[in-house]
Design a protein around this ligand. Structure first.
Ligand code: NOJ
Length: 539
């Protein structure tokens, strides 16, 4: 069993937002040495890989997602030597490193863009998308919209042309159709792979190519201006597939390397699934899961759809309840400071067939911070205030203990700490056997030692219930039954023919310590219960 454990498929990936994780030099900003100091914690938690949000030099207009240099480390995070040390220390503990690569766009402060905008005949000119409208300079080249706001075209007086950007105007899109850019992008992969990096999360990868004729997007109804058009000419262009094939070939030329894509605008699981395959990405995110309300029916239908879509191309699912762009699951689903629901969510995430992604602080149920208007840092939050909740909420410093600044730093952190840190922190939860942290830890241990929970098949037991979600994970030697109650009220599960008369043992529960009495083939559950049962298959 040990031998064919594949870290990105059978393991668990933990996303770190580096500036908020741990600050080693007390400048209020998390860094690489801070992460190294917490590897023991991550190893005890039981994760197999960490994905780091961008750590490259950046003017921080989009908090690191506006990279100025793909081949270096931002000095606020440390040095390249610190990064090598992180790789070494992580690998020593069997923790893999996944880097966030933002190759669709680059910072406007990068030397490439500065050269490109300096003159129309600069060798870097064509590294970006420069256009004009024959009708005159007051008209943008076409109707494309930026995801964050307004036209996607910014007029530049120096050379009297517009350049294209999908996100912030400080994040011009690279021209992937230019062969030098293309080659350079492939070099970025090789550079980090050669240093020993294990995988990548590809930011908005399906945005790399735009229509070669720059045709207008057709209109549609929507709420935000960006939704007023069908994004058929600026996203998901067919040339993407060739690039994925090349990227995959590079990854496959090293042992056990991996890439997961952020499928931008994937409003359906079908769109995400088409990018997964043996000559495409290992995985792509299906964000519909993260958008479910607290309703077992919604999760259940996504799980069924995702499994069936991926079984067609032999793809491997993944599941995410949190990331740096969305309000935290504990804020979305949790009731004040109560964590029982979060245990149900954790039990689901960590027992499904697919790679679970955790987001720092999820394991202690961190809630989003609330910010006054003048405290907002996120450019999107600032622009759309008060209609959009700023993304700062889910990016606050990790709550390690009850000392000043939650043990994150001795100096005032770059973003404020949630006031609940005095009670809600790693130290307190370590000491409490019933804490959310210990529940996550137990789940991770059980997942690691129960092969059926890694590669075992997934068989739904409930499908249409708003309250209950139950399924079986099974391999040749064992069967695990996962029973989750999404309501605060008691419920019962009908033990159908495949479940009856088995010698069920309790693996883990947040509500009981013994297998309950099963009367007339009904398994009872109390409110907010998450229980895992197992029986060994007869040989
Ligand atoms: C997606 C990232 O997750 C988000 O944080 C960022 O603002 C945009 N891409 C632009 O890079």
């Amino acid at each position: 069993m040990e031998n064919n454990f594949l870290w990105w498929r059978d393991g668990v990936i933990y996303q770190i937002y580096p500036r908020s994780f741990s600050d080693s030099n007390n400048d209020g900003f998390g860094d690489l040495l801070g992460i190294i100091s917490k590897l023991e914690y991550l190893s005890e938690l039981g994760v197999d890989a960490i994905w780091l949000s961008p750590i490259y030099p950046s003017p921080d207009k989009d908090f690191g997602y506006d990279i100025a240099d793909y081949f270096d480390i931002d000095p606020r995070f440390g040095t390249m030597a610190d990064f090598d040390l992180l790789l070494h220390e992580a690998h020593k503990r069997n923790i893999h490193i996944v880097l966030d690569l933002v190759l669709n766009h680059i910072s406007d402060q990068s030397t490439w863009f500065q050269a490109s905008k300096s003159s129309r005949d600069n060798p870097y000119r064509d590294w970006f998308i420069w256009r004009e409208n024959p009708k005159g300079k007051q008209y943008p080249p076409n109707n494309w919209h930026s995801n964050f706001w307004g036209s996607a075209w910014k007029y530049d007086k120096t050379t009297e042309q517009y350049y294209y950007y999908m996100f912030l105007k400080e994040e011009p899109d690279l021209n992937w159709r230019n062969p030098d850019v293309y080659k350079k992008m492939m070099d970025v992969f090789k550079f980090w792979l050669n240093r020993g990096v294990d995988g990548f999360r590809l930011d908005v990868f399906n945005e790399y190519f735009k229509d070669d004729q720059f045709r207008d997007n057709p209109p549609k109804l929507g709420i935000r201006p960006f939704e007023w058009q069908k994004h058929i000419f600026d996203v998901n262009r067919p040339e993407m597939m060739g690039a994925l094939k090349d990227i995959r070939a590079i990854l496959d030329s090293y042992p056990e390397r991996y890439a997961v894509g952020e499928t931008f605008l994937a409003t359906t699981s079908e769109e995400a699934a088409k990018y997964i395959g043996p000559d495409k990405l290992h995985d792509a995110f299906d964000f519909t899961f993260l958008e479910c309300p607290w309703n077992s029916k919604c999760f259940s239908s996504i799980i069924t759809r995702w499994n069936s879509l991926l079984s067609r191309n032999d793809g491997w699912p993944n599941y995410v309840l949190n990331n740096h762009d969305q309000p935290r699951s504990a804020t979305r689903y949790g009731k004040r400071e109560e964590d029982e629901r979060m245990k149900v969510a954790a039990a689901m995430l960590l027992t499904l067939r697919g790679t679970p992604f955790l987001y720092y602080g999820e394991e202690i149920g961190m809630r989003d911070i609330k910010l006054k208007r003048n405290e907002i840092l996120d450019p999107v939050g600032k622009h759309y205030w008060p209609f959009f909740v700023s993304r700062d909420g889910c990016r606050s410093p990790m709550q390690w203990d009850s000392s000043e600044n939650a043990g994150f730093s001795k100096r005032k952190p770059w973003l404020k700490v949630h006031p609940n840190y005095l009670q809600r922190n790693v130290k307190n939860q370590k000491e409490d056997p019933n804490s959310l942290l210990n529940f996550y830890k137990n789940l991770l241990t059980i997942r690691k030692t129960t092969p059926a929970l890694q590669k075992g098949s997934f068989v739904p037991v409930t499908s249409n219930s708003r309250r209950l979600l139950a399924y079986i994970r099974q391999d040749v030697s064992q069967t695990v039954l996962v029973v989750l109650n999404f309501s605060h009220h008691k419920a019962r599960l009908a033990m159908g023919s495949q479940l009856r008369g088995k010698d069920w043992q309790l693996l883990l529960s947040n509500k009981r310590s013994l297998v309950p009495e099963i009367k007339n083939n009904w398994l009872p559950l109390v409110g907010d219960e998450a229980s895992l049962y197992i029986y060994k298959n007869k040989k």
